[in-house]
Design a protein around this ligand. Structure first.
Ligand code: PRX
Length: 655
């Protein structure tokens, strides 16, 4: 962000206090801050008691082996029971849990009683396939109810799921299956995307041909497309799940039993398997969902537009909402199918009252024009949420005015795959908000902005965002790599969790998130590491070296820009051809997934480097941001070369 843009942000003086009406009915209260400040652990224990434990915990937090935390030791619970069965037992079996809407327009309502039966049947099917507590199951699925059922079925039998976003490539899936040593993959024949059926199973077939740990692939029929079939390995969901008994007695697992692994990009090429466990994770996911979204389970219709392939889908579609007995919309497709008002049509028809999405979507809708939302009745909305990247004040105001009729509170929620649940956010009905600021840490969360020497910067200062106290839904480690866990998060600042984000405190102490300070890009709210894309590029036969940067993008937050040096021997006509650039972009899509495709690729004769050989990405980012190179990729022209060369001279002593 430029200094001017930052100065504008920090002089933001519009403040939106909660309305008296909203405050009067809010779940959250200002006393929560006092209570948590007086006794943080007692506060979290109180939140944990919203869950149903089979055995009460003996200790709230064991931090003796820091940074490896144990929350709610001695306690046992079943996460799926907490999300489904207990609501049925409490008399809410007929409440709709999921209002599913497929992209082609098919609809399906699933009550809590039906969800319980489905989850039990799927759990029994997994047991029949030999999955046991402690195993890992990979899930590579579209946004259909079976995806949620699959996750809960794993949780029910104590197998950790590893959901891989269905937009990732077979290679990305393979490496994640391999790292977690998954025994079963759950997938579908395909998914509906922009009016056509996109196959999913071929990517799984390719991945599992190289992953010997996988004994079975469980396949949901969604699109009806033809699929290749291996009788010794593949099983149709409708063949094995439908014939199971709907009875399954949930076993209570230790509070620290692994619940899931979710891979996320770090600063090196290899994604990290972030490990979350049961009791603490569910406590904080449910607490934040109840209070940040002000959920009233008897009245609200909730809709989080995320995909279950990301942590937002885990915590705010599956675990938090279902633990709180939500009624929620689940939508399979993209926002522009069949028209660009599809989301607003869904909000109107389902009378959505709580809506949670990402700034990149909000900015896209701003671009598409006010008429689309204005042609729908959005008056059911009463609270709006934002997640994934900083929301600029302009988008915040548009969201409030055009979507939220100028009255809905907006919660800008900062958190990460690693934090498991929301950490920084206003509390609706309590906090007066500034457009573009996530305001402050939630009750029970310790946060600071520190300088290079770990000194808190105080109001008006900027530095690194750190978390100063362990929290219940914190990651418990990186799957199979305890050293990397310590090194990545706990070594930069003694005794504090380093989030990787830059932040500023304004003069009133409100926090402004400024994006990543490491080599991680944020493209449409998705984390992609520069090194991951660089590795993908250099694995192409024509590329000798690659440097990747995230350049500011009006809609997606950041866009991926790649600079590549070709290998000797690549013929000149190829080296300057558009075909090569297209091939390279496709190659990245094959290696990682379409979301990692560079927006631009420039073929350059050299890259600016420090004397120690580090690529000067900052300089490349300047080049990428300050020149208008059009929407599509172009080959480098001499001016770009000059810029790089000038930078080389100017920055040659930067180390
Ligand atoms: O840079 C921050 C940004 O997204 C990163 C976490 O990405 P991921 O693990 O994929 O989780 C995204 C959904 C929780 C953070 O390090 N980020 C997330 N929320 C915000 C944000 N940046 C600014 N404001 C936010 N509200």
């Amino acid at each position: 962000m430029s200094n001017d843009a930052l100065a504008n942000l920090l002089s933001e003086d519009r403040v939106f206090p909660p309305s008296a009406d909203f405050a009067a009915q809010a779940n959250a209260s200002s006393e929560m801050y006092d209570e948590a400040a007086a006794d943080r652990l007692a506060f979290w224990a109180e939140q944990a008691r919203y869950l149903t434990w089979e055995r009460e915990f003996d200790e709230i937090l064991d931090w003796s082996d820091a940074p490896f935390a144990r929350w709610f030791s001695g306690g046992t619970l079943n996460v799926a029971y907490n999300c489904v069965d207990r609501h049925v037992e409490n008399g809410f079996g007929t409440q709709v849990a999921i209002r599913f809407e497929g992209e082609p327009g098919d609809r399906r309502d699933i009550t809590y009683a039906e969800l319980k039966d489905e989850v039990c049947k799927a759990a029994n099917a997994l047991l029949e396939l030999g999955v046991a507590s402690g195993d890992r199951v990979a899930i590579y699925m579209p946004m259909i109810p079976e995806a949620i059922v699959a996750m809960l079925a794993c949780a029910r039998i104590g197998a950790a799921h590893s959901v891989v976003f269905a937009g990732f490539s077979s290679e990305a899936l393979r490496s994640r299956i391999d790292d977690a040593q998954a025994v079963v993959v759950i997938t579908a024949d395909g998914q509906n995307r922009r009016g056509s059926a996109m196959p999913l199973k071929p990517a799984v077939d390719e991945a599992v041909s190289q992953t010997p740990t996988v004994t079975n692939v469980l396949v949901v029929r969604r699109t009806g497309s033809d699929v290749d079939w291996d009788d010794s390995r593949d099983v149709w969901w409708h063949d094995i799940v439908d014939r199971q008994s709907p009875d399954h007695t949930p076993e209570a697992f230790d509070a620290e039993h692994p619940l899931f692994i979710l891979y996320t990009s770090g600063t090196t090429g290899k994604p990290k398997g972030i490990l979350h466990t049961s009791g603490g994770y569910l406590t904080q996911a449910a607490f934040t969902h109840r209070n940040v979204f002000d959920l009233k389970p008897d009245d609200d219709i909730y809709w989080c537009t995320a995909d279950i392939g990301w942590v937002t889908g885990h915590s705010y579609i599956v675990y938090g909402p279902l633990a709180n007995r939500v009624t929620q919309v689940v939508y399979e497709g993209t926002p522009d199918t069949p028209g660009k008002d599809r989301w607003w049509d869904i909000v109107e028809r389902h009378k959505v009252s709580i809506f949670y999405t990402a700034p990149t979507a909000i900015r896209t809708f701003m671009k598409w024009g006010d008429e689309l939302p204005q042609s729908h009745d959005l008056s059911s909305l009463r609270l709006l949420g934002s997640v994934g990247e900083p929301i600029n004040p302009e988008a915040w105001m548009w969201y409030r005015d055009v979507i939220g009729s100028g009255t809905c509170p907006i919660v800008d929620t900062w958190w990460q795959t690693e934090t498991g649940a929301i950490m920084i956010s206003p509390l609706p009905g309590v906090t007066a908000c500034k457009p573009g600021s996530a305001m402050g840490p939630l009750p029970g969360i310790g946060m600071a902005v520190v300088d290079d020497n770990q000194v808190p910067v105080g109001n008006g200062g900027g530095g690194y965002l750190v978390l100063t106290e362990p929290w219940p839904s914190m990651l418990r480690g990186i799957w199979g790599d305890p050293e990397r866990f310590k090194e990545t998060y706990w070594s930069r600042f003694a005794g504090m969790y380093f989030a990787g984000d830059g932040a500023k405190l304004d003069n009133d102490g409100a926090i402004w998130l400024l994006g990543r300070v490491d080599d991680v890009m944020n493209v449409s709210g998705h984390r992609i590491s520069t090194t991951e894309v660089e590795s993908a590029l250099v694995s192409h036969e024509a590329v000798a070296e690659a440097a990747v940067v995230g350049a500011t993008d009006e809609t997606t937050g950041q866009g991926i820009v790649a600079f590549v040096i070709l290998r000797g021997g690549v013929p000149e006509e190829t080296a300057t051809g558009e075909q090569l650039v297209k091939d390279l972009r496709d190659h990245v899509a094959t290696e990682i997934g379409p979301i990692a495709k560079p927006r631009q690729i420039m073929v350059v004769p050299e890259l600016p480097k420090t004397r120690s050989g580090k690529i000067m990405r900052r300089l490349l980012r300047d080049v990428a941001e300050h020149r208008d190179m059009g929407d599509v990729t172009t080959l480098a022209d001499p001016t770009v070369m000059n810029l790089i060369a000038t930078g080389l001279d100017a920055g040659s002593d930067e180390d």
